[in-house]
Design a binder for this molecule. Structure first.
Ligand code: SF4
Ligand code: FES
Length: 237
């Protein structure tokens, strides 16, 4: 039988099974902790640090998505230090990348009073859209390196290993080996990476083309090489 432990979150005593993370326990008890890199389908790696909480006796803030609850812990999820830290993380993201298609993060910015112009001299991540396959486009100017796409492509789901981290330090980005195009990699176009991307950096090709103003018939021609979609559906010429 799993041992029960009791801890305090935001002044409230909660009893839970040992082995759970602070994030799990908070959510079970209706306490909201924001997350960005965390996804139910992937292994938590604590990359973004938006979920940090204050634990009494700990010198630094702790990422709730990976830190396991301990008996007697005293946790604060909205202390001044926590809120300031989350706000700064959001401001750094907004200063360096395009968040225009990340509504959840935009909502967090509003909630935490984060300013997108706090770091005006920050170097922005700007890249051309990579449009090299029939299934999805990659716009890494919108990528916050949450790692979810790499994880589902690897051993969290698909075991395809088509994409990974590329480069170092500020130059780090998601890429393919030797910067090959997607059709030249082991990618099977399963679309799982697109499904877990929180920022629109990975987007279905169809959606991308519709946004560019292409009609469904034009998209059909682009994707399949067919001359006219209505004829394929049975109309006589
Ligand atoms: S492309 Fe999307 S899922 Fe992949 S690391 Fe960037 S933001 Fe995360
Ligand atoms: S959600 Fe916990 S570190 Fe990103």
């Amino acid at each position: 039988m799993t041992e029960k432990i009791t801890l305090t979150i935001d002044g409230r005593e909660v009893t839970t099974e040992q082995g759970k993370t602070l994030l799990e326990i908070a959510r079970e008890n209706g306490i909201d902790i924001p997350t960005i890199c965390f996804h139910e389908a992937t292994t938590a790696n604590a990359v973004c640090r938006i979920c940090v909480v204050e634990v009494e006796g700990q010198r630094v803030l702790q990422p709730a998505c990976i830190v396991k609850a301990g008996a007697g812990m005293k946790v604060q999820t909205r202390s001044e230090k926590v809120v300031r830290s989350r706000r700064t993380i959001l401001e750094m993201l907004a200063s360096t990348m395009d968040l225009s298609e990340a509504p959840d993060i935009q909502q967090m910015m509003y909630e935490y009073g984060a300013s997108s112009s706090r770091f005006p001299d920050a170097e922005r991540r700007e890249t051309d859209v990579k449009d090299d396959n029939p299934m999805y486009i990659r716009d890494y100017s919108k990528c916050l390196l949450c790692w979810r796409c790499v994880q589902v492509c690897a051993d969290d789901a698909q075991y395809t290993f088509a994409i990974n981290f590329d480069g170092r330090g500020y130059e780090t980005q998601i890429g393919t080996f030797f910067d090959k195009t997607i059709p030249e990699t082991s990618c099977v176009l399963c679309g799982q990476c697109v499904g877990v991307c929180p920022t629109g950096a990975l987007k279905p090709k169809r959606e991308f083309l519709l946004e560019l103003g292409k009609t469904p018939d034009e998209i059909s021609v682009l994707n399949t090489g067919r001359k006219n979609r209505s004829k394929v559906k049975g109309q006589r010429s």
